[in-house]
Design a protein around this ligand. Sequence first.
Ligand SMILES: Cc1cc2nc3c(=O)[nH]c(=O)nc-3n(C[C@H](O)[C@H](O)[C@H](O)COP(=O)(O)OP(=O)(O)OC[C@H]3O[C@@H](n4cnc5c(N)ncnc54)[C@H](O)[C@@H]3O)c2cc1C
Length: 556
Amino acid sequence: MSARAAVVLPASMLRRPPQLAPSWELQTEVVVVGAGAAGLSAALAAAAGGRRVLLLTKGALGSGATALAQGGMAAVVDPADCSDRHVHDTLAAGGGLCDPGTVRDLVHAAPAELARLRALGATFDHDPHRPDTLALTREGGHSHRRIVHAGGDATGAEVDRALVAELRRSAVQVLEHVVALDAIRDSEGTVVGLSVACVEQTGRLDPGVVLAQAVVLATGGLGQAWAATTNPAGATGDGQGLALRAGAEIRDIEFVQFHPTVLWRGPGARGRQPLISEAVRGEGAVLVDATGQRVMAGVHRLGDLAPRDVVAAAMHRRMAEARGGVSTHLFLDATGLGAALLQRRFPTVLALCRTAGVDPVREPIPVAPGAHYACGGVTADLSGRTGVRGLFAVGETASTGVHGANRLASNSLPEALLAGRRAGELLAAQLPSGREPVVFPAGPTPPAGSRAATAVATSRWAGVVRSTAGLQRLLDHLGDPAATGPVEATLETVEAAALHTVSTMVCLAALARQESRGCHRRSDAPEPSPHGAWHVTLQLEEDRLQIGSRARDHAA
Ligand SMILES: Cc1cc2nc3c(=O)[nH]c(=O)nc-3n(C[C@H](O)[C@H](O)[C@H](O)COP(=O)(O)OP(=O)(O)OC[C@H]3O[C@@H](n4cnc5c(N)ncnc54)[C@H](O)[C@@H]3O)c2cc1C
């Protein structure tokens, strides 16, 4: 389909972070925002190429999603596997919206990213029967065992440990508990720095400015916009909002993957919830309802290991039937795996369940889908280049064409590592040059509603299954002037504004996508469009927010 006419709305519907008069200033060549796999890789590569690099993170090192990753990293390392199959599986999961060239690039580069981590000292699990061979597991949508893991189900912690150890050996300057607020641009729109703030222990902010020739956004995902999520507390979509305000294009942000098996801890559970890795199903666990009936039987040829969008939608349907009188959750039956395998392969999952009073060795685990992964984001290539000079986006913040309408499990860590490293190398080779920053005035902090209220409304109206009527109600809620919140400049205020922006972007894009595709499901448009796959885009031009669409992108 060709480009559709854009809908234009006033930019005032977006909440900005506080605009504060700075009390301090730093200068560097490259500033990287975020200390997950993507940000660490970017900072290390730029510093290795001789750049002065400053890395900011609003939490402590290790507080992003990277350290929480359980299942592993997808890479073709088994001689019986092949790249074409990994490419095929990624495209099949992506619902027609992946960029095939970008997918091929990632698949061919993933084994080298794994080798880079191992050279840095990361240790991955080996096959107990063939100690010189990496152990491989399967996850949803993969046609072959190709997921490399560490510490059983603690892959991300090992990836993070190895990268942070290298960071400590490097010349990168690190500032923890510093939050990026907005881009600073020159008169031609080139990004030349950031307004930032140190987060004091009380949550209050000490504002400052970082001037740099390149800004790399590696701020991760946006799962906190939903009431139940696997994402860490800081996953509030700050980078996606910042990039939009800086003039970058946001693409396909309505595609939020809901992980099928998030531990269900009661109807009032809010914020980050424990994840039950898909690899548990990869080893044989099955989804059942309260009457013990299999959920995925007859739904998809891959059964319980169908792509996540398919499993989450099937769960949503079964929960609506309320079989056995239970409509809030289903169960993951892992009792057939046995205590020894559960203990060896899934020590993290076992500990999380037992802390919540569930013993997976003896009883099915209560589970429900939860917001997990942002498939869309800031339009960028696999070197982080956005449409805005001086601004780069890598990792979960970016939309590179790898994930399309639905990410294939365990493709995100390789993507974050690859795009981060390439962005760093690009900036080591050449820096964009900007002019004098345009000073922007300090202003009052606008109310953005309470974080919890936004998340509950987003879950209710922009969850696994959506409709025009529901999304319209969400938009009304977000625009409600009565939804006032904290107006003092604190981390809470900043994150509430970021979440408001995320929910608004997701809602507008979901309204524009009047079809069901990948992890965007509409009860009032249950089929994919007969006109083929297209991107939904959002862009700010002066004081107008444009929501547009165009045919699927193809990398050269
Ligand atoms: C529970 C869980 C399990 C997962 N399991 C897997 C898996 O097995 N395999 C896989 O491939 N993927 C998995 N994923 C997804 C994967 O972990 C993430 O997509 C990936 O780690 C993202 O890396 P990142 O570097 O882009 O962001 P993150 O690792 O999330 O890092 C974001 C960083 O940005 C910082 N930040 C955010 N906003 C600001 C701001 N305004 N100012 C300053 N700093 C900021 C944060 O503090 C953090 O340091 C999982 C995700 C979760 C939540």
